[in-house]
Design a protein around this ligand. Structure first.
Ligand SMILES: [Zn+2]
Length: 443
């Protein structure tokens, strides 16, 4: 399906002749641009310039209103941790298209060195309110903004560090943090190439200007961990592509790091094939000796496709979805604790309605929060158990009703909408889907 847009009452098709001129004209004359994916609803988009090219982006938080087959579709905020921070820790300026991010960690040392909260605080909820992002929250927001949470089978084997880095840098471009442009605070190592070594090191030195200038100033590294090297009571973190940069955790931090991230490190260690990656986001400063102190740290295991996961069940679910060539958006926790339910995946290939896939978890199901989440009627819900199949994909493309009925919400009394129509057309023998729900209803 080609993307269509409505400008001044006329439809234009993406990438067709005259499209770029139409965008430039709309930008100059401040004419609103609407997405053509859904009739009867005005879905406004905004125009921005990325790497010298005009691009259309969804209005922040509006992604769930687009058709599931539309490029601008995104999982609705309430299904993930984005709902808690949008408008508070993540504030979008509708006039400028800029986003300002509020964080709960310092970016300079100040007279008394602030204790790192991510590492001292084993229960992140104590400090990580919805109003300020923790380091993990920031990493998740950027990953989400970079759309590294989105998966389409055509991305298979195309997503590598080069692509991930570029997407992150694009995501950072329109953001500010503590009134500074985020781009000057974030360091994402360039893919290393032996033949370009001298130039890469030169560019790196420039990128690290802030921490080279002053011992008091900090930046944030987002990179893939290659290995951890313990030396006596210290821990050195070696990142891919910048193996020569010496990032060190002091004895106290090293101890807390191993304790705080035991679960993530175990997940990473248990990947025998070494196919997944471990992403670290951390604030750092530079010592006069040239080593870098890591201060506030978050870890995020990601699959071979760079999709974040937080448990072995979730890894299985994502790998199954990728293997079966599904289209989906991965939900991220941002600031939320592990005990708060979020949808693990939102399937985009189920027909008109998106289907939120929740991983079965007895502890979470005992609480009321999940029931409230499953009560949300703008998407369908599916409860997935380890080892089970995913609901079958809609057969008739994004505009058809597909097999949405097989993913009826487990809560009785859903909206009338197209459900009856879809139910009539339900594929018989789709036992897997009903089993998922029956299991929930019984539990
Ligand atoms: Zn759309």
């Amino acid at each position: 399906m080609k993307q269509r847009y409505r400008i001044d009452g006329r439809f234009v098709v993406a990438d067709e002749e005259g499209f770029n001129q139409a965008l430039a004209k709309a930008q100059a004359s401040k004419t609103p641009v609407f997405c053509g994916c859904s009739s009867g609803v005005d879905l406004r988009l905004y125009i921005s310039k990325r790497f010298g090219k005009l691009v259309l982006s969804r209005w922040p938080g509006s992604g769930g209103n687009h058709a599931t087959g539309c490029d601008h579709f995104d999982a609705p905020d309430f299904l993930s941790g984005m709902g808690q921070v949008r408008g508070a820790a993540v504030v979008d300026d509708e006039m400028t298209g800029e986003t300002s991010l509020k964080v709960n960690f310092p970016m300079s040392r100040g007279p008394a060195r602030a204790a790192p909260s991510a590492l001292t605080n084993d229960k992140p909820s104590v400090k990580s309110t919805g109003y300020k992002l923790s380091m993990r929250g920031l990493l998740h927001v950027l990953w989400d903004r970079a759309e590294l949470t989105h998966w389409h089978p055509k991305m298979a084997d195309k997503r590598n560090w080069y692509v991930v880095r570029r997407a992150l840098l694009e995501a950072v471009e329109q953001c500010r943090m503590k009134t500074l442009p985020l781009a000057g605070l974030i360091f994402v190592p360039e893919s290393f190439r032996e033949d370009d070594k001298a130039e890469i090191v030169k560019r790196r030195t420039m990128a690290l200007e802030r921490v080279r200038r002053s011992r008091e100033e900090m930046m944030i590294v987002i990179a893939e961990v290659k290995e951890r090297k313990a030396f006596e009571d210290r821990l050195r973190i070696v990142f891919k592509h910048v193996g020569d940069m010496r990032f060190v955790l002091d004895p106290d931090m090293a101890k807390r790091f191993n304790k705080r991230f035991e679960g993530d490190l175990n997940l990473w260690a248990s990947d025998d094939l070494r196919e997944s990656h471990l992403i670290l986001a951390g604030s750092f400063c530079r010592r006069p000796e040239g080593t870098y102190d890591l201060i506030e740290v978050a870890l995020m295991p990601v699959t071979r496709q760079w999709l974040p996961y937080e448990s072995s069940e979730e890894l299985e679910l994502i790998e199954k979805a990728v293997r079966e060539k599904r289209r989906f958006v991965k939900g991220l926790r941002v600031n939320l604790e592990r005990t708060v339910p979020i949808a693990s995946l939102v399937l985009k290939d189920m027909g008109e309605r998106a289907v939120a896939v929740h991983i079965h978890d007895e502890k979470i199901e005992a609480g009321e929060a999940l029931a409230a989440l499953l009560d949300e009627q703008s998407v369908d819900h599916y409860l997935w158990w380890e080892g089970e199949d995913l609901p079958k994909r809609g057969e008739r493309g994004p505009q058809g009703a597909g097999s949405a009925a097989s993913a009826k919400p487990p809560v009785a009394g859903g909206p009338q909408r197209d459900q009856e129509k879809a139910a009539e057309e339900n594929v018989p023998g789709d036992a897997q889907a009903s089993r998922g729900f029956a299991a929930y209803a019984d539990g």
